[in-house]
Design a protein around this ligand. Structure first.
Ligand code: KG4
Ligand code: ZN
Length: 335
């Protein structure tokens, strides 16, 4: 059974993990930088990069101590090499490559999106056929998955990511960064039928998304003036609009592809109303919803280690490229 040490530094979390086989978690540690970026209202790449560099040595030490293993016992080292912020990616990718060279073991370059994509099955030795919606702060991607490393992109956002729309609306409402969780908390006390925000591309007939118009309609609504006591209704109405599109398109995709399993992953899958609405719509067609464990929904290194472990167990060609890829490229994914 393989022993893998993985690093994740693509955005504002510095994370490391040690995984034995595809399921035995020996260590998984995440240092969040959110507070460092909150003052700027978003992630600042240079701040993220410096912070990863500073955090990595103690993070590695803590991870190794918890795992009870040494570097020389690892069979392989893995790191996220994209997509993400270039200065941030470089820190983990270079560290991973250096550790691998030092230990004389292979280095596996892992795609961050593949990490999120497979996270609902974390621990399983195989990936069943399913459709998957990856919804994070940077991405909204819908895939048909036949098995490990057999992915077809069905749709994606044409502008903002779903999490980005939550964050931008939260900023307009003065709720701070990141704002998804704050919107969900307020929405719980509001009436989602109060304001009819548009459901972007709900009737487009394809599986793409658009959230920027929904954010703009919130801005126009706010320009007319609002009272603090209106906040719960605004949050609930906006959240429901976004969720309706996400849940409907996931369901359409599963039906179109004839899949009996659908998944949600990425930071936005923390949203309990999204999970509730998606399972409701999917259940009507006997499709089962699988969501990653909470600790695996935001950025972490266990999901990266899991992809690395699967690629070792299936003997799928390893991605050993020596560069980072900051942008998501549907043509080469998952490389
Ligand atoms: O996956 P993630 O940690 O980072 C990226 O790879 O982007 O996702 C972070 C995103 C942020 O946009 C955040 O606002 C959103 O996930 N998010 C939520 C909730 N919790 C986090 N969005 C809606 N509802 C939530 N409860
Ligand atoms: Zn992510």
């Amino acid at each position: 059974m393989s022993l893998v040490l993985a690093l994740e530094t693509s955005c504002d979390e510095t994370a490391a993990a040690v995984l034995e086989g595809t399921s035995r978690v020996l260590a998984g540690v995440v240092y969040s930088q959110i507070e460092e970026h909150a003052a700027y209202g978003g992630v600042v790449p240079e701040v993220a990069s410096r912070s990863h560099l500073e955090a990595l040595p103690s993070l590695l030490e803590e991870t190794l101590t918890r795992s009870g293993k040494t570097l020389s016992e690892m069979d392989a080292f893995a790191a996220t090499t994209g997509p993400g912020l270039a200065p941030a990616l470089l820190v983990g990718a270079n560290a991973g490559r250096g550790l691998a060279a030092g230990a004389g073991k292979p280095f596996l370059a892992i795609n961050h999106i593949e990490g999120h994509l497979l996270s609902p099955f974390f621990g399983d030795p195989e990936i069943p056929p399913h459709v998957a919606l990856v919804v994070s702060g940077g991405h909204t991607l819908l895939f048909d998955v036949t098995g490990f490393r057999d992915y077809k992109l069905l749709g994606r956002t044409l502008d903002d990511a779903a999490g980005e729309a939550f964050d931008k609306v939260a900023k307009l409402l003065g709720l701070g960064y990141p704002g998804g969780a704050a919107i969900e908390r307020l929405a719980a006390q509001g009436d989602s039928n109060k304001i009819a925000f548009p459901r972007g591309m709900l009737e487009s007939g394809d599986l793409d998304f658009s959230f920027s118009g929904m954010k703009t309609s919130v801005r126009y609504f706010l320009q007319k003036g609002f009272r603090p006591e209106d906040l719960p209704d605004i949050c609930a109405s906006f959240q429901e609009a976004v969720i309706e599109v996400l849940a409907s398109k996931l369901t359409s995709a599963a039906r179109k592809c004839g899949r009996s399993v659908a998944t949600l992953s990425g930071g936005v899958s923390f949203n309990a109303r999204l999970v509730e609405r998606a399972s409701e719509l999917l259940a009507k067609h006997n499709i089962q919803l699988q969501v990653a464990k909470p600790a695996l929904r935001t950025d972490n290194a266990l999901m990266i280690a899991y992809v690395a472990a699967l690629s070792l167990s299936f003997d799928k060609p390893m991605n050993t490229k020596t560069d980072i890829s900051p942008n998501f490229d549907p043509l080469t994914f998952p490389n």
